[in-house]
Design a protein around this ligand. Structure first.
Ligand SMILES: CC(C)(COP(=O)(O)OP(=O)(O)OC[C@H]1O[C@@H](n2cnc3c(N)ncnc32)[C@H](O)[C@@H]1OP(=O)(O)O)[C@@H](O)C(=O)NCCC(=O)NCCS
Length: 187
């Protein structure tokens, strides 16, 4: 006799609930830097050992955390924003943990929080340098390419967000619920 457990026994645990918010606590900041190191040093090898730079002194860090019983449990997403010159804000170091990509729109929500937060702080332009393989992802989120540039030896595009699509929302956190896969009916 089959049970619903037949379907889930070999499936890795994937949380259903995420929070995206401005990082405030030491725990959030430690997880934010650990995730950036995992993605940009270990996985992509863009930097050796440490990806921090002078922008970290002024940037606002934003994190995504997966939640257990409503409590943030692990940092699985990161991005930072900073004002480069009056009115011009930039986003950088966008990263989602490999096991949580293309699951719950975490990357898209990090971008929404980043741009809407900057908009609320007075941004009139919001730019990012986007790796080539992610240009389509950003285009779908209402960004346009201003041209290509080589950065850290990799092809990037200078891209600009359409601020009319990212109204200032004044929230410092939002919640995401991952859509559930359908469980087979028990016979
Ligand atoms: C790029 C990245 C942040 C995307 O995060 P993510 O959480 O997987 O993205 P989301 O789940 O929010 O994706 C939203 C939608 O875009 C799609 N998408 C995700 N990455 C994409 C890509 N590179 N190209 C095109 N579409 C993409 C998703 O499939 C999803 O589509 P759907 O709405 O039809 O389901 C993540 O892949 C990552 O961390 N990559 C490694 C680090 C990196 O490249 N950082 C960016 C440097 S510019």
């Amino acid at each position: 006799m089959s049970t619903f457990l037949d379907d889930v026994a070999d499936r890795p645990f994937i949380p259903t609930e995420y929070v995206v918010r401005l990082a405030r606590t030491p725990w959030e900041r430690a997880g934010y830097h650990a995730l950036r190191r995992d993605v940009f040093c270990t996985e992509q090898k863009v930097f050796i050992n440490d990806d921090r730079d002078a922008i970290d002194q002024v940037a606002i860090p934003i994190i995504a955390a997966c939640c257990m019983a409503g409590i943030p449990d692990r940092i699985v997403g990161a991005v930072r924003i900073h004002q480069a010159e009056p009115g011009l804000w930039r986003g950088s170091r966008l990263a989602v943990h490999a096991e949580h990509r293309k699951l719950g729109r975490i990357g898209a929500e990090l971008i929404r929080m980043a741009v809407s937060t900057a908009h609320g702080l007075g941004a009139t332009r919001f730019l990012a340098q986007v790796q080539e393989q992610n240009v389509l992802f950003f285009r779908r989120l209402h960004w346009k390419s201003l041209g290509s540039v080589i950065l850290h030896g990799l092809l990037h595009h200078d891209m600009q967000a359409d601020l009319s699509r990212y109204p200032a929302h004044g929230q410092d956190q939002t919640w995401l619920l991952r859509p559930q896969p359908r469980i087979r009916q028990v016979a």
